[in-house]
Structure formats: C-alpha cells, structure tokens
Design a protein around this ligand. Structure first.
Ligand code: PRP
Length: 212
C-alpha cells in the first residue's frame, strides 16, 4: 500500500499515547509492536488495516497533522488552545482529562492594582485568558516545573495543568480558578480530510465505540 493510501496516525508518546493506541487497537486498527518495550522504532504499520502509526512528542502532534505529515493524530486540548493549529477536531476522546488552571501560594489574592506575573508553559492561552478579564499581565514562559515559580518569587501565579492536584499541594500552592477543561482530541489534516474523510470518519466512529 502506498504511503498516501494508508491512514497516517500521529500518536503522543507516553502514558496517554498508550491508552490512545489501545483504543485504536480495540477499534479494529492494531499494528504489531506498537507497545513493545524492547523496540526503539517510531513507525509501525498494518497494511491490511490501512494504518501507519508514528510516536511523536505530545506537543508536536499538531505540527505533524497541520503540515500533513500525519493525516490524523491525538493532541491535548491544552496544546490546541496554545498553538491554534489549522486542523479539524473530529472527536473528544475523553482520555487524559485534567484542567488548565491558575494557581498560587496558599492565601494569595489578586488586588488587581499591579502587573500580575504569570509563569506558564502556555503563554498564548494564559494571555488570552487574562485579556478576556482585562487584567494586565507579564507572561514568564517556562518549560517545566512551573510550580517552582511562585515558591521562589519568580511569579505571582502560574497557569498550568492540574490533574490530581498533588503537585500543587506538595508545593504549598492551591488552585485559584479554572482556565479550561482539558482532554485528548482526535484531529485531522484539512487537505487530507478532503479525500480521506470516509476512512477518517470510520476511524472516529470506531474509536467512539471503543471508548464507551
Ligand atoms: C504536569 C503539570 C503539573 C503536573 C500536574 O507536569 O505541569 O506539574 O503534571 O499533575 P498533578 O495535578 O496530578 O500533580 P508534567 O508531569 O507534564 O511535568 P512538567 O512540569 O515538567 O511539564
């Protein structure tokens, strides 16, 4: 089968990606060795089922799909909010549920009369959230361990992913407000959708069935 005839699927590497792949498998689209711990391969295909999977960094899935290197992929709503890729969102998989939230040191209240320093991995989503409230902020873009910022006085608040809340708690922080509810979404390349929509919609429907 030619590359263009197969459905090219970008999966997010990691725990969420494993759950996502298992849903594809249950939906009738398995491929050999995808979850094998002993392989370093990144591409797996099953010509009979018409699928080819790639493991990519979760934050890169939308880039592969937007540029057409993958036809479909699975990305967190947080990434879609932050980078606004020009893709179709076909399905909410309901996996990887968490929220994007503002958090601060316990007892913090925003008096509103100074420029709020916001540390985050999601500068665009944070800027948009505060612009909607008419609040002046200074965004400090970090790449990880965001919870350290208010502890060390680098920022007043953070905008970050909260799943169980354990990371906040163990660093004496608390959630202040929710920016958005997050879950994994099935996304599609717009041009590929024009000629592969039947197979994409078929995969989306089968996935939906495999997730209930
Ligand atoms: C994410 C997020 C929080 C943590 C939240 O971090 O940025 O730090 O998970 O989970 P919890 O509410 O269940 O404690 P990640 O593991 O992606 O690492 P990072 O901070 O280095 O990005």
């Amino acid at each position: 089968m030619e590359r263009n005839e197969m459905l090219n699927v970008a999966l997010p590497k990691g725990r969420l990606g494993e759950k996502v792949y298992q849903a594809f498998e249950r939906a009738g689209f398995p491929a050999e060795d995808v979850l094998s711990p002993s392989t370093r391969k990144l591409v797996f295909e099953n010509p009979a089922a018409g699928v080819r999977y790639f493991w990519v960094k979760p934050s890169d899935v939308a880039i592969y799909v937007e540029r057409g290197a993958a036809d479909i992929g699975v990305a967190g709503k947080d990434i879609l909010m932050e980078y606004r890729p020009d893709v179709y969102e076909l399905l909410d998989l309901g996996l990887g549920k968490c929220r994007l939230a503002v958090a601060a040191k316990k007892g913090f209240t925003d008096s509103g009369d100074y420029t709020l320093r916001v540390a985050t991995k999601f500068p665009n989503a944070a800027a948009e959230f505060y612009a909607g409230k008419g609040r002046d902020i200074d965004v400090i873009k970090l790449n990880g361990s965001i919870e350290l910022a208010p502890v060390l006085g680098l920022s007043d608040v953070i905008v970050d992913i909260v799943e169980t809340g354990a990371t906040l708690k163990e660093n004496n922080l608390e959630p202040v407000e929710t920016v958005a509810e997050i879950s994994a979404r099935l996304i599609a390349n717009k041009a590929a959708y024009q000629f592969k929509s039947p197979v994409m919609e078929n995969v989306a429907a089968a996935l939906k069935g495999a997730l209930v």
